[in-house]
Design a protein around this ligand. Structure first.
Ligand SMILES: Nc1ncnc2c1ncn2[C@@H]1O[C@H](COP(=O)(O)OP(=O)(O)OP(=O)(O)O)[C@@H](O)[C@H]1O
Ligand SMILES: [Mg+2]
Length: 442
């Protein structure tokens, strides 16, 4: 627990109950610990709760379940959608399991039995507040991201009319940081009014769920049989939502299920094509295997980010991929090199290759350079929060990841603001025929 000084630093609490006496009672109990808790509002209906939550942005909302007009479950669902940093503690006399399940689904984090027990009230607020620390940091980071570097291109508010840029993240060498780059890119692209979907297309050993601590049972396998009549509602019921608001389409739960996805030609790319216009960016994490599944994704991609470590085998494998892209007639600007795990000259421990040499050998400029930062990268995975959500955005590698996201956003949003029938748009509309196998394509 942080050492709280009271006043502005105290945990802000909104109290919602239709019985005035209960509200007063909780308020008094919290006032005994005024150094630690600050009541920012006290309202008697679900509707007022939504209004007050948006106005006061409390850390904690203590919410009654049964209220006239709008019940606590509906209000919780609305509030948690709009204000991911507010943690709702549901209060009820009922111990009905069905009620509890519904409240949890609506986004409630904890329960308090009625009548309120003083110690339980304090300890529950403290525990829930503590568990929300990373979510608060993430939200602060996302809100504060600089937006004005982009062209003031209006991003339409409605789903179905968004640009749907598909960014495939690929590495020709396992363990190079492909998933690390994909999750941080997706998170870094998220800003107000920008919808981002992260897809785990590493069908056998996808790590996105682990990196973001998501445990949904719904995965892209659920979509495979329904591609032809896939609608937005069904798609939305399958995607998981990270606490930051990032939408994530998880990969199959077990390696052996990958086959079921692969049995349907171009399954993942067709799913993405169907829903892309609901998003500004669709970031796709992939495995290193070069097969039809991968190429159907790179075919529809607006950009392919090639993640490379500055090692001999990393560069050699990337060269093969660039040659293959050449043979597939991808334009050179379709692929972008991301040099990951770049070691500081002075503290270099491994034998790595200088950026200029890599650029010369691959005949391609490096688009982004991410330093080697094991502690930060692993720390983020342990917390289930992308690195870019860190508070200190001037620190490496947060800074570099954010610059990379900003850079690509400027590139794509700028390109999108240009002529609508550019070569790039054509490329997306008419992906090259897949299904012939690699050789058939050459
Ligand atoms: N910039 C970095 N600095 C230090 N460690 C990193 C960096 N990027 C990634 N790593 C570490 O490298 C390992 C592999 O990263 P990641 O899982 O993102 O790679 P991948 O290419 O997706 O691997 P896989 O082939 O298993 O899918 C992880 O332990 C990760 O913490
Ligand atoms: Mg991976």
């Amino acid at each position: 627990m942080q050492n709280r000084q009271g006043g502005q630093n105290a945990i802000s609490v909104l109290i919602v109950d239709d019985i005035a006496e209960t509200r007063e009672n909780i308020k008094k109990l919290l006032a005994f610990e005024e150094q630690e808790f600050r009541v920012v509002g006290s309202v008697g209906t679900g509707r007022d709760a939504i209004k007050a939550a948006i106005e006061t942005k409390p850390d904690i909302i203590i919410m009654d379940i049964n209220m006239p007009d709008m019940d606590g479950i509906t209000a919780t669902s609305e509030i948690t959608k709009r204000l991911p940093t507010a943690a709702v503690i549901m209060m009820s006399v009922q111990t009905d399991a069905d009620y509890m399940r519904k409240a949890m689904q609506a986004g409630a984090r904890q329960f308090l039995g009625k009548p309120i027990d003083t110690d339980e009230l304090y300890s529950t607020i403290r525990a829930v507040y503590r568990s929300y620390e990373s979510i608060r940091n993430q939200a602060i980071a996302i809100q504060d991201l600089p937006v004005d570097v982009r062209k003031p291109q209006p991003i339409q508010g409605e789903p179905g009319v968004r640009p749907g840029h598909v960014i495939v993240v690929y590495s020709a060498q396992g363990g190079s940081g492909c998933t690390t780059v994909a999750t941080n890119l997706a998170s870094g692209l998220m800003k107000k009014n920008v919808r981002v979907l992260l897809v785990d297309a590493d069908l056998q050993f996808g790590d996105v769920g682990v990196f973001l601590k998501l445990q949904s049972q719904s995965t892209l396998l659920d979509l495979v049989g329904k591609i032809d009549d896939l609608d937005t509602d069904f798609f939305d019921s399958i995607v998981a939502t990270h606490d930051s608001g990032l939408k994530v389409l998880l990969g199959p739960l077990r390696p052996e299920y990958a086959e079921e996805v692969e049995a349907v030609p171009q399954a993942v790319s067709r799913i993405i094509e169907k829903i892309a216009s609901n998003y500004d960016f669709v970031v796709v994490d992939t495995s290193r295997r070069v097969d039809e599944h991968l190429l159907s994704l790179t075919d529809i991609a607006t950009r392919v980010m090639l993640v490379v470590n500055p090692t001999l085998s990393g560069i050699k494998n990337t060269k093969f991929i660039l040659d293959l892209f050449d043979r597939l007639n991808y334009t050179p600007d379709k692929s972008l090199l991301v040099l990951n795990r770049v070691e500081d000259e002075r503290s270099r421990q491994r034998v790595t290759i200088a950026t200029e040499q890599i650029e010369r050998f691959l005949r391609k400029q490096v688009f982004a350079k991410i330093p080697d930062a094991e502690r930060e990268v692993l720390g983020a995975v342990m917390k289930g929060v992308p690195i870019v959500a860190s508070r200190d955005r001037s620190k490496s590698p947060v800074k570099e990841f954010l610059e990379m996201a900003e850079h690509i956003s400027t590139l794509l949003v700028g390109a999108n603001a240009g002529e609508s029938d550019s070569g790039e748009a054509e490329e997306r509309k008419a992906p090259k025929k897949a299904g012939l196998g690699l050789l058939g394509r050459n």
